[in-house]
Design a protein around this ligand. Structure first.
Ligand code: XMP
Ligand code: MG
Length: 182
């Protein structure tokens, strides 16, 4: 298992790139069955979901529209409890089959605020897919419709996820080493 240091903290690998990509492939094929004839609007939640989304849409071999929203809730190692919306989607949601792509569902705050904002605009359907799901951390009553991995309630980096701006470019997924939290 590879170990890395980002800023002041040490992390240990928990999922390899190979394992992540295999799981995303089977998730992509499963989601494909549901959307291939629906011309969905795929909304990627920036920043963290960009790597997951880029891999997942390789299995979406049908017409779709893809765009980005930026909803931010994390500061450093913890959820801030507030949502910063800096890039709401400007297009039409009404009547569309919307699929939200998120990197990780933690307290559920980001997904619950975003799904409420979207449901207010009357989509035909709305579902969410995430790479990682931390069920032990869930506070808000929302669960992803599709996910690749359930993970422990520990801070993660890599494969799009960052610690204070570092680590998004790492190919594997890493967990904060026990006892290393300041
Ligand atoms: P909530 O609490 O809104 O959190 O469900 C979801 C958002 O918080 C970020 N997040 C993390 N980012 N490592 C990260 O780098 C983590 O372990 C982690 N947990 C949550 C992430 O941006 C996600 O969109
Ligand atoms: Mg995010």
């Amino acid at each position: 298992m590879q170990e890395i240091t980002l800023h002041d903290l040490e992390f240990i690998e928990i999922l390899s790139e190979k394992h992540l990509l295999e799981s995303i492939k089977s998730l992509g094929l499963k989601i494909r069955e549901e959307y291939y004839d629906k011309y969905p609007l795929v909304l990627v939640i920036l920043n963290g979901a960009f790597v997951f989304a880029a891999e997942l849409i390789k299995y979406f071999d049908f017409p779709l529209e893809l765009d980005f929203v930026r909803y931010r809730s994390y500061k450093g190692l913890h959820s801030s409890g507030e949502i910063q919306k800096s890039l709401p989607f400007p297009g039409q949601i009404e009547g569309r089959h919307v699929l939200l792509l998120e990197d990780i569902v933690d307290t559920g705050l980001t997904l619950s605020v975003l799904t409420k904002d979207l449901l207010d605009q009357h989509p035909e359907s709305l579902k969410t897919a995430c790479l990682l799901y931390k069920p032990e951390a869930l506070i808000y009553p929302i669960e992803p419709d599709f996910y690749s991995f359930q993970v422990e309630n520990k801070f993660l980096v890599g494969f799009g996820l960052d610690y204070k701006g570092l680590g998004r470019n790492l190919r594997n997924l890493y967990q904060l080493k026990p006892g290393k939290k300041p």
